[in-house]
Each structure stands twice: as structure tokens, then as C-alpha cells.
Ligand binder design. Structure first.
Ligand code: UDH
Length: 293
């Protein structure tokens, strides 16, 4: 009898049931704190939430239905990162996600390349986690979600989350906007060949991605409603290493010709991983990129 009891007990501990598909207590308007805490404050605040090294978390009492890697292109936005982590860790935890936060940081000295960094994050995070995450949130560091009903899961179509950003009068930057925050399954991102690698500087890479998604019979594009996809954008000046890309319109015009080669398929050799650091609240992939990727 004892042996059987042990077995039963073991089963109960080892196999957690799926989390309920109904999450109680989600707020439609979350309190956002835009004051950057210090790193010491952050680590102290979160050390008791069950966060594991590398910025990994999952619910304790059930198996999450959502497994998502959050990928953030990054350079020189330390205070934004602290605000992001302070607000978004609790947000993701409230949604009972099984998640991990990755910062992909571009070394100083080359013009910033958001699309390339997101591709690197997609590929390098999978090398670390294998199949642990089947959904990817490509996420700017300066966007803080306001509505907890904006669920960070993937759906049948690519899901654009940043539908309503505080900085824009009408909320949506423009009709074909696909940047800010977007959710992709592994398959969706691969099937559009990811972002282009060749947009250095500000602008254009997200419009190219939009073309890739909507001209691809497989992926499909969807956007959450305005009242759900509400984000506060942390105010900032234009970054010094990220001037407007003067070639962006020309590049976009020839997007369809480069689509097959300029993206995940052409990523090899365009960057070097210098270091991977696992901090308590996030994993940092530090990269040097080839300025003529
Ligand atoms: N970023 C950095 N460091 C930089 C530049 C950019 O970390 O030096 C990252 C960061 O995650 C940021 C993201 O890249 O949130 C996007 O860059 P941005 O903040 O300069 O973009 P912006 O605020 O986005 O201008 C508004 C998008 C609307 C126009 C889209 C045009 N296609």
C-alpha cells in the first residue's frame, strides 16, 4: 500500500495539470510605473517571484498553455530596460505565461539594425532553449503594455499587438504598421524568412516585414483591437547610433526581389556572438554585426 501511495504522490507532484484557460483578475487598465528602479531594487523586488536565472518564469501550480520567448533589440537604453522589466515581468506572470526574456544587444560602433537583431534573437534563443518556446514576441524595449487582456500568445496568423501606442494620435502608427510588438510561431517567422538583415538605421524594416507577411500565402496578418493593444511608449530622443536610413524607400521597393535571401536564410556570417550573460531578470546576447550584412 505504501509503495502505491508513494507512486500516487509522485505523480501528483511531477505532472502538473494545464493552467485554466480562464485567468481571473486581468485588468483593462494597468498601473504603469515609468520611474526607472535601480538594478539592485529590481533584483530585490523580483527575487521572490520564482524567477530563474536568465529571466525565466513559469507558473508554479500548473503547466502554462503559452510558451513564449520575448526577444528585444537593444543598445544603450538601460533606463528603458529597467522600466520594461519592472512593469512587464508582473504583466507576463499575471497572464500565467511560461516565458523567458532575451535582450539582443548590438555592440557600439555600427549603425543600429533592429531587423537583424531580431533575427539573431530568434535563432540564438532557440540554440539555448531548444523547443521550450514555440511562440516568439518581437518586442521594442520602450513599449509597456497597458491592458492585461492583450494576451501574449500566438495565433493562426501573425498577431500584431502594438495597435494603439500612446505616442500616436490615432493610436495606430499607420495602417500597414507591423512593428513595436508582434507575435510569431516558429513556423510563421520561418515561413516569411524573418526580418530583412539589410536595413541599417531607423525605418523601413518593419514595412518590409509587413510585405513579407501579407504577400505570403501561408502566414497571414492579424491585429488586436485598439482597446486591447494599448501601449505606453517611454519618451525618448532619436538615438545617436540609429540615424534615419536614407535608402529605406528604395530598399522597400525591391523587397520582393531580396525576400528569399535577405533574412533568416542569409543570416549566417552577418554577426558574431561575443557573449551570452544570464542575469536574474533577463538573458543578454551581446553581438557584433557586420556593417554591410
Ligand atoms: N533600439 C535600441 N537602441 C537604439 C535604437 C533602437 O535599443 O539605439 C531598440 C529599442 O528596443 C527600441 C526599438 O529599437 O524600442 C525601436 O527603435 P525606436 O524606439 O527608435 O523606434 P521608434 O520609437 O518607433 O521611432 C516608432 C515606430 C513608428 C514608425 C515605424 C516606421 N516604420
Amino acid at each position: 500500500i505504501n509503495v502505491n501511495m508513494d507512486k500516487l504522490l509522485y505523480k501528483k507532484i511531477a505532472i502538473l495539470e494545464n493552467c485554466s484557460d480562464v485567468i481571473y483578475g486581468l485588468a483593462r487598465r494597468r498601473m504603469i510605473n515609468l520611474i526607472p528602479p535601480t538594478w539592485a531594487e529590481l533584483e530585490a523586488n523580483f527575487s521572490k517571484t520564482g524567477i530563474q536565472l536568465g529571466g525565466r518564469w513559469k507558473p508554479k501550480n500548473c503547466t502554462s498553455r503559452i510558451h513564449v520567448a520575448i526577444i528585444i533589440p537593444f543598445r544603450d537604453r538601460d533606463s528603458h530596460l529597467r522600466v520594461f522589466l519592472n512593469n512587464m515581468h508582473p504583466f507576463f506572470q499575471k497572464q500565467e505565461l511560461d516565458y523567458r526574456i532575451y535582450i539582443v544587444e548590438q555592440k557600439a560602433g555600427t549603425i543600429f539594425n533592429r531587423g537583424l537583431l531580431l533575427n539573431i534573437g530568434f535563432v540564438e534563443s532557440a540554440k539555448i532553449d531548444g523547443d521550450a518556446y514555440d511562440c516568439f514576441a518581437l518586442h521594442d524595449v520602450d513599449l509597456i503594455a497597458e491592458n492585461e487582456w492583450n494576451i501574449y500568445n500566438c495565433s493562426e496568423k501573425v498577431k500584431h499587438m502594438a495597435a494603439n501606442i500612446s505616442k500616436f494620435k490615432s493610436g495606430l502608427a499607420y495602417e500597414k504598421y507591423s512593428g513595436g510588438v508582434a507575435m510569431f510561431t516558429k513556423w510563421q517567422y520561418t515561413s516569411v524568412n524573418g526580418y530583412p538583415n539589410t536595413y541599417f538605421g531607423w525605418g523601413g524594416e518593419d514595412d518590409d516585414l509587413y510585405e513579407r507577411i501579407t504577400n505570403n500565402n501561408n502566414a497571414g496578418f492579424s491585429r488586436v483591437p485598439l482597446d486591447i493593444g494599448r501601449y505606453t511608449m517611454i519618451k525618448h530622443e532619436r538615438d545617436s547610433g540609429n540615424p534615419v536610413n536614407p535608402g529605406r524607400v528604395r530598399q522597400l521597393q525591391s523587397s520582393y526581389k531580396r525576400r528569399k535571401v535577405d533574412g533568416l536564410s542569409g543570416l549566417n556570417g552577418t554577426y558574431t556572438v561575443l557573449k551570452i550573460d544570464e542575469f536574474l531578470l533577463y538573458t543578454r546576447i551581446y553581438v557584433d554585426v557586420d556593417p554591410i550584412a
